[in-house]
Design a protein around this ligand. Structure first.
Ligand SMILES: *Cc1c(COP(=O)(O)O)cnc(C)c1O
Length: 389
């Protein structure tokens, strides 16, 4: 198969058309070896030495993700956090980095604690505002701009191409957490970003049964070579079984993401203006602040993630109503994470604690593959019960 001539759906469904040469198996074997035989003349012509650095189980998912993102090379990691932190660990203490105020909470937390005490100068800005970015960039000093779009848990939208233009002019790399749009909806490297990161735990795998992460680079660079070393040396390496599950999950990526987008759009429109809902946050709503940018840089849908803000009344605050709604859903499962086949609901302020940008009345929704009408009915019931406590 020549990936250049084929649609991404075709590449995913067949994991690039790969067939095992020895057995003719159309799904790959699971390689579990931790070490590889050295040639008698002391060489390693197989290209593999030890499974902390390399594993044939990575070949297919890495090649597929690289093709879907139009990148130069992909690397799997043991988690999304291992992938994201490798991008920062490949910098030097003293380097200046910019990240959004609204972003995946655990990474923001790591940046403000561990990374800062290691010596990175981390500055959080409103990444949706180009003027704020322009003011914060320090030419020659800022090494990296980290963006997430649409961003957890408010689903604010950042213009990738505009961010790249400003960051590159100042000599900074741009890395994009693209977990939520997936390569199905957005390909940040084609918009000029240098690195794209995925919590493969989420949509790429899609079945809530493994933890994995990935990075894809647009081109080789000193920074990328350091990222490779971080994985090989610190050892945030994915296991063989998880890599196998991931390549299986990715075969259905396009149908899952399309279905989640269609349901999320329907659910967002249904609850927009609902008497018990203060606000629906979803970039697919024409009223969303980032809708026009999202429409430009997301193709085929606006993602499977949205948030709703519960409306308080004379008897319950917005926060009490939100927690009450989550208590009464039956189909929507109360759990963290996203991107699985089952729909999830979460009161983010409880999870994120002090300093969160999440309003206390906000419920984050990950739309799964159930029928949208069942999800809407379940939410209607829970909204009614949550407001009568
Ligand atoms: C889950 C998630 C991460 C972290 O991934 P893990 O696999 O849980 O380490 C990073 N970014 C986003 C947007 C996520 O949803």
């Amino acid at each position: 198969m020549n990936p250049k001539n084929l649609h991404p759906e075709t590449l995913s469904a067949q994991a690039m058309g790969w067939v095992d040469e020895r057995t003719r198996a159309i799904t790959p074997p699971i390689h579990v070896s931790s070490t590889y035989l050295r040639d008698p003349d002391n060489q390693y012509r197989s290209g593999r030495v030890y499974a902390r650095a390399d594993n044939p189980a990575f070949d297919q998912p890495e090649a597929l993700l690289c093709a879907l993102e139009h990148g130069h090379q992909a690397l799997l990691f043991s988690s999304g956090m291992a992938a994201a932190t490798a991008v920062f660990q490949a910098l030097q203490p003293g380097d200046h980095v910019l990240a959004p105020k609204v972003m995946y909470w655990s990474l923001r937390n790591w940046l403000m604690t561990f990374a800062t005490s290691w010596g990175l100068q981390v500055e959080l800005i409103d990444m949706t505002d180009p003027a704020a970015l322009r003011a914060a960039l320090r030419p020659g000093k800022t090494r990296l701009v980290w963006i997430e779009t649409p961003a957890n848990p408010l689903w604010t939208v950042t213009d990738i191409a505009a961010t790249v233009e400003l960051a590159h002019a100042a000599g900074a790399l741009v890395a994009v957490d693209s977990t939520v749009p997936t390569p199905v909806l957005t390909q940040p490297l084609t918009l000029g970003a240098d690195i794209v990161m995925h919590a493969a735990t989420k949509y790429l795998n899609g079945h809530s049964d493994l933890i994995a992460g990935a990075l894809v680079t647009r081109e080789d660079s000193d920074h990328w070579q350091k990222v490779r070393k971080v994985r090989a040396q610190i050892g945030g390496t994915l296991g063989s079984f998880e890599a196998w599950l991931l390549q299986r999950g990715m075969r259905t990526l396009h149908v899952r993401v399309a279905a989640a987008c269609a349901s999320a759009q329907k659910i967002a429109e249904h609850f927009h203006g609902h008497p018990l809902v203060a606000e629906v946050l979803y970039p697919g709503l024409p009223t969303a602040a980032g809708h026009a940018i999202a429409a430009r840089q997301m193709r085929g849908g606006f993602g499977g993630m949205l948030s709703i803000r519960a409306k308080g009344n004379a008897h319950v605050s917005g926060e009490q109503a939100a927690v009450g709604v989550a208590a009464h859903t039956e189909i929507w499962k109360r759990a963290t994470s996203l991107g699985g086949t089952e729909s999830l609901i979460e009161h983010r302020a409880s999870v994120e604690g002090a300093g969160t940008p999440a309003p206390t009345d906000l419920l984050r929704l990950s739309v799964g593959l159930e029928h949208a009408d069942d999800l809407i009915q379940d939410m209607e019931n829970a909204l009614e019960k949550g407001h009568h406590q």
